[in-house]
Design a protein around this ligand. Sequence first.
Ligand code: BGC
Length: 918
Amino acid sequence: MKRIFTYLILLAGFILYGSINCYADAHIGLQNLKCEMLSNPSGIGTAKPRLSWQITSDIRNTNQVAYQILVASTPEKLTAGQGDLWDSHKVNSAESIMVNYAGKPLGSRAACYWKVRVWTNNGVTTWSKPATWSVGLLNPADWKAKWIGCDRGFAWDSVSKFSRLSARYYRHQFDLKSGIKKATAYIVGLGHYELYMNGQPIGDQVLAEPPTDYTQSVKYNTFDVTANLKQGGNTIGTVLGNGRYFTMRPKYKPKKIKEFGFPKMLLQLEVEYTDGTKQTIISDNNWHFTADGPIRTNNEYDGEEYDATKEFPGWNNAGFNDNKWLKAELVEAPGGKIEAQMNEPIKVMDTIKPISVKQLKDNVWILDLGQNMAGWLRLRVKGNRGNKVTLRYAETLQASGELYVANLRDAKVTDVYTLKGGAEETWHPVFVYHGFRYVEISGYPGKPELGDFEGQVVYDALPTIGRFETSNDIVNKIYHNAYWGILSNYKGMPVDCPQRNERMPWLGDRAVGSLGESFVFANGNFYAKWLDDIAQSQKADGSIPDVAPAYWNYYSNNMTWPGTYILVADMLYRQFADQAPIEKHYASMKKWIDYMRVKYMKNNIVTKDKYGDWCVPPESPELIHAKDSSLNTDGQLIATAYYYHLSGLMQKFATMLHKPADAQFFGTIKQNISKAFNDKYFDRTTSKYSNNTVTANLLPLYFGITPTAHKQAVFKNIVAKINEAHDHISTGVIGTQWLMRGLTEFGRPDLAWKIASNTTYPSWGYMAGRGATTIWELWNGDTANPAMNSRNHIMLLGDLIAWFYQDIAGIKTSNAGFKQLIMQPAIINVLDSVNASYQTAYGTVRSNYTSTKSGFKWHVIVPPNSSALVYVPAKNMDEVTEGGAKISTVKEIKPVKMQNGRAVLSIGSGNYDFEVKY
Ligand code: BGC
């Protein structure tokens, strides 16, 4: 009886549960709610954000047909189903990414709690889990705080070429009443800051703020600090480091290096009480500071020195006696617009255990992390007060076992830690980072053990969204090296390298690489921020520099480096379906491309170039650049071909933005250029361009300048040229941007694969074979002059990573944002298997296949609300099975056509297992 009763209760519960969700299908759900491509962002800089979500479903062919969004001003209202800010009601639409907020106008400080439910062709979801966002300070008038700083160095500082400037410690005590409901801190700390409330660190960001041209824009961060404050006495502490604000090389080459001044900050803490009253605490000259603290110097190139004997315990908490500290000084604002940081913060993203520690000489040890990386070393040490441990960093070792530092130029990359003595101490620098695999440790008290050290890998907190693995170990190793190279060079902006006295955001390095990177990391916000940096670096006449933010003054007016502005905007649209950057930057892009035409185009040929096909494999091993003119490609040819290609993108953008006159204008430019280009560089009898380098032929062919009738012949010349180089690479930064996809598109993916998997010089595999764990700046990085020879540059990757995903894994978007996928892996005879996945805005796409003599097996996953055209290698449709059944019997698969040995099938979302037996 008891049992039956229990069953009845269970059954009733089940019915009740079922009835609550009566219309919701248990197979379909929602995940990954995002606002502005960020999960739960705090203090965004827009009142009109865009909302995205992903549908999960284990039923094939699931598509959204409608959605409803609720946005509430409190979590309680949201739970009660009251969208007091916005109830979209049921909207019949398939849109599930970047849906514009269209509720009540949002002002500064608005807190928003939201959820969504969707209707699909296969059922309805329940409401998603709630997500939140908050709006930051949108108006300059919202800022009551004052800029504080100190525009001079102290006795122990030196403001010279190798600057030493100690960190500045600020503190402020204040009282709060009882009934704290909410407290929000807004901070701009330039160059870098650390923030504490009552002794607790706030947030897990490091090296914040992201670097900008501070005269144009400065970023603020927003933190909910409600839990960190209390009734009565409270203390805020901040530490200011130099970052890019107080430049690494002040008073040195003033024409080249931009200087901003001494560190400064702006802080506003807003407290709301339960009784409705408000209190605002601001930075001003009531604060106190000292520069005589433990961080004695911090310089991105030269390192950080920390003297623990100078610590002042409790400084960032109540009760500390600061009467020896100085009064904070009011200083000029940096000049830039104060804007919310809308890209992910930099964080410690990974840790590495070192693999060996060897004694080099008395009291000097060499630690090997086994991986070239960017970040810092955390050390654990026990010794006497005043003992000094010195850490020097390098990417490689000399034959003697000593660090190889010749390629760091004059960067000193040295951290020094002075012990306070007694108990065990742990330390790592906070305002600098290094690019390194090896660390020389000297002055360590006792014998250093591996467990005393940890490499902390520091880069922008961009989720890894791609995985790529093949049955070829070399290619896997190259992918590994690329992965580490890419993440090493994300530092709030894409830098060229993380180790030597450069670390500059060179545009050319990312022209096409950014596309490959977007398959590996969710870099949409990161690159959108960089486009803003580029726009802010534009001169009134339209000129765009090669380095942006323009910390170095390089307005050299070439096409290839600045052209990255347009290529990255296109990448953001194609990969993330984000049209906003194109809308925002169209006018500046047009201004630049017009400027280049008016100033440098003569008879439809661009007459200006600076870098050529930068870093081709040179004729002799010690050279950085080839001197042999047969290896180099005419710079004007490159510039003109790029002008053509970029005009095509501008034409596309103009069409998207409904500017038909502009579109037509760019169309005409393309026609004019193509004629002039072929007249000048093309030999119609030999079908060779210019001096017949791979790059000279590839650019016009791939961009569509080559007359149709000559395409095959030009391609033949490219192949012959590659064969002449024993199927090795002969291109530099420019040619390599189009090489792998070019060879594939014209029918020789096997040759592209050969180049990609080579182990002999010059190749990515050669680098790996020489012990590289990242990608080198030069193909001959092991032999070339150290003056320009970083071991962690990614510009030579060209289109390799994009090609891995698009053509080897076969994961491509047909339009924008992977709503419609094209899955067409190139089948390479010598490649047995590929396992790849990629998280698009709709969810995870998977392409796992094995291709052997006995057949082809392909596991495909297409995320809900997207669809795919899949190209299965087969002689006819009947050969193809899915899940063991003939495809004609599988209702979710629509055969489209047979094309070039492929069965082309149209499929909706879901998991599929295709097979063809040979
Ligand atoms: C940088 C490159 C950059 C190049 C252009 C080099 O010093 O490291 O990444 O693109 O200069 O001149």
